[in-house]
Design a protein around this ligand. Structure first.
Ligand code: IPM
Ligand code: MG
Length: 367
């Protein structure tokens, strides 16, 4: 029997609750497909810091090293609670960025998808949503400002100063460009390259390399848009996008905005792919304000399971079944409190009941 080792990093806040629902899906996928998932939980994030003195403990590193794929919940605490942890051990700097660096997960896929039947979740007008929203953000994930040189200190004038640099070399740009062109080729042959070359030299090099790599993809049309303009178009006409590619920080910001146009970051799963290892995570934070109340929607976590099935385990058809199962729960009118719109006709259920319904729907899909 095929067996896969999956590391489960539950994370903080709503992480453990939505991970529980993801595990229900994995259990069903295993039994339906006659495979085995060896699921091992590892401490990661603020909880790991408080329990083990490190946000990414060695035992978790080992677990991840040995895993075929990693499924990670959201991490982090409220701004105030975070301040109880030394700056470099706060979960983002102490766990998440080291995870990305360790496995060199340079290619971050963030699908932005809202079928027309779920258009009511979006704050955009129906005429702007049209047939629905369906594009993917490809974000470079291990370069740029996040991983560039950093310096803090006192300058010659006796003033505190900080300096952080946005660094890329041509190989780093070329490899994410190839991922973006390949993705565009598989979809509609349209690629929006997001940049800021009117100000940033990093974008000048980025665009040069995009053109060079693009020569191998004559069938892909490239549209270059400045990042600030792209932010506007996401609100005014998201239907024009199919695949968007951008550097790390731009991708952080625009992918949250993309969650906003769907109506919630809770609808944003993601895949973070490196040369040898990939991990899958919701794009959102740990929502400590709604943790332990059974109200968080597990869509982004279960969607991350679907992406893992497709991208790490070669189970494309089953991944589609998981997506359809989740969507059919929504189209039957069920939702959780975090996604509900005041006044809308929703059948409000808890996190666990939502997961159970997805399981029920998935069980109906032919294997
Ligand atoms: C994301 C998150 C992270 C990021 C944080 C938690 C460090 O916002 O994955 O988008 O900035 O990359
Ligand atoms: Mg972000």
């Amino acid at each position: 029997m095929t067996a896969y080792k999956i590391a489960l990093l539950d994370g903080d806040g709503i992480g453990p609750e939505i991970m529980t629902e993801a595990v229900k899906i994995l259990d069903l996928v295993a039994s339906r497909n006659n495979i085995e998932f060896d699921l091992r939980h590892g401490a990661f994030g603020a909880n790991a810091y408080f329990a083990h003195g490190h946000a990414f403990p060695d035992a978790t590193k080992k677990l991840c090293d040995e895993a075929d794929a990693i499924l990670k919940g959201p991490i982090g605490l409220s701004h105030e609670a975070s301040r109880k942890i030394p700056v470099d051990m706060q979960p983002e700097r102490g766990a998440l960025l080291p995870l990305r660096r360790r496995y060199n997960t340079f290619a971050n896929f963030r699908p932005v998808y809202l079928p027309q039947g779920l258009a009511h979740f979006s704050p955009l007008k129906p005429e702007i949503i049209g047939d629905g929203i369906d594009f993917i953000i490809i974000r470079e994930l291990v370069g740029g400002l996040y991983f560039g040189k950093k310096e803090t200190g006192i300058n010659a004038q006796g003033r505190r100063f900080v300096s952080e640099s946005l660094e890329y070399d041509e190989d780093q740009i070329a490899r994410i460009a190839r991922v973006a062109f390949d993705t565009a080729k598989k979809r509609k042959g349209l690629l929006h390259n997001i940049h800021k070359s009117n100000v940033l030299k990093s974008s000048v090099l980025w665009n040069e390399v995009m053109v060079e790599v693009g020569q191998d993809y004559p069938d892909v049309e490239v549209v270059n848009i400045l990042v600030d303009a792209a932010a506007t178009y996401l609100c005014l006409n998201p239907g024009q996008f199919d695949v968007m590619v951008m550097e790390n920080m731009f991708g952080d910001i625009l992918s949250d905005q993309a969650g906003g146009i769907l109506g919630s970051l809770g609808l944003m799963p993601s895949a973070c792919i490196g040369p040898d290892k990939a991990y899958y995570e919701p794009s959102h934070g740990s929502a400590p304000d709604i943790a332990d109340q059974n109200v968080a929607n597990p869509y982004s976590m279960i969607g991350s399971v679907a992406m893992m099935l497709e991208m790490s385990l070669g189970m494309e058809a089953e991944a589609q079944n998981v997506w359809h199962a989740m969507q059919s729960v929504f189209t039957q009118g069920y939702t959780t409190a975090d996604l509900a719109k005041p006044g809308a006709q929703n059948k409000m259920i808890g996190t666990d009941a939502f997961g159970d319904l997805v399981v029920e729907e998935l069980a109906k899909a032919p294997v």
